[in-house]
Design a protein around this ligand. Structure first.
Ligand SMILES: [Fe+2]
Length: 285
């Protein structure tokens, strides 16, 4: 998401989509996918949400090589009516929301280089497909993502995108869920990251707080390091319910009068699951 509303780059359609050109991936590029896939799926057993792991299985993402979006979309469409489309990189907010509102997930088609397995600034096909697509095969999460896109289109009129983006960040990208009494990962930014898959769940540094819509929308976030706070939902039904049924117009008005909250802060109304030491952030030079 997020760039200025400009025209699509040369070669892209009016909605910014481009062909994936699956046949053009090199054997080395497929191999990078396979290495990332093997490493990450081994790491996530017992750590990721059962819903995510089921989605991974449902979509047969364990087959070798970078998935072909057409084939992946056919399977996904049969399950929840979602499709995956390729885009050249970041797209304008309105374009991003329009795709989500119409059950199309926009994905980068490039894959990181072999020397970038652990860190990448711009989302590549591994982050976008491995991280995001499994949950889109779950009917409830699929509805949540569509509701988010619809909410985004409305937020454009309220000039409230910064607040709404925090909801995406702390759920779709970095969310935790409670399943059978234990915390599990579901955010795409975590499940596609080798380091953060451990940090988010096991490290004593970050806060783990019960999800609250208004609280999350007031909370700034880090884009340069692991998160200092993670928010925990009880179920995807609850997340969908809280966001699809919220009346965002009064919420945005109220948020205008409330101050932002630092990424590492705990406030008196928080339901604290783990009070983090914040040692990770403070020992940085
Ligand atoms: Fe993402």
């Amino acid at each position: 998401m997020a760039t200025d509303p400009i025209h699509p780059p040369p070669g892209a359609h009016a909605d910014w989509t481009i062909p994936q050109d699956w046949a053009c991936y090199s054997p080395r590029e497929h191999q990078v996918w396979d290495e990332l896939f093997a490493r990450q799926s081994a790491m996530l057993a017992g750590r990721a949400s059962a819903v995510f792991l089921k989605g991974l299985d449902n979509l047969r993402l364990s087959r070798a090589g970078i998935p072909d979006f057409e084939e992946l979309s056919e399977r996904l469409y049969r399950q929840t009516g979602w499709q995956v489309v390729a885009v050249p990189g970041l797209v304008p907010d309105a374009v991003f929301f329009e795709h989500l509102a119409n059950r199309r997930f926009v994905a980068g088609r490039f894959i990181r280089r072999p020397d970038q397995l652990d860190y990448l600034q711009e989302p590549d096909v591994f982050h976008d497909v491995f991280g995001h697509v499994p949950l889109l095969s779950d009917p409830v999460f699929a509805d949540y993502m569509q509701a988010y896109g619809q909410g985004g289109l409305r937020a454009l009129n309220f000039h409230a995108l910064e607040k709404l983006a925090r909801l995406y960040w702390y759920t779709v990208e970095f969310g935790l869920i409670r399943e059978q009494g234990s915390l599990r990962l579901y955010g795409a930014g975590i499940v596609s990251s080798f380091g953060e898959s451990v940090f988010a769940l096991d490290d004593s540094s970050p806060n783990r707080l019960q999800f609250d819509l208004e609280r999350v929308m007031r909370t700034r976030y880090r884009i340069d390091d692991y998160q200092q706070s993670y928010f925990v939902i009880d179920s995807f039904e609850e997340l969908l319910h809280q966001t699809a049924e919220a009346d965002f117009a009064p919420l945005y008005r109220r948020l205008e009068s409330l101050s932002d909250i630092s990424p590492n802060a705990i406030i008196p109304s928080d339901r604290v699951i783990d009070r983090g030491t914040q040692a990770h952030a403070s020992c940085k030079h």
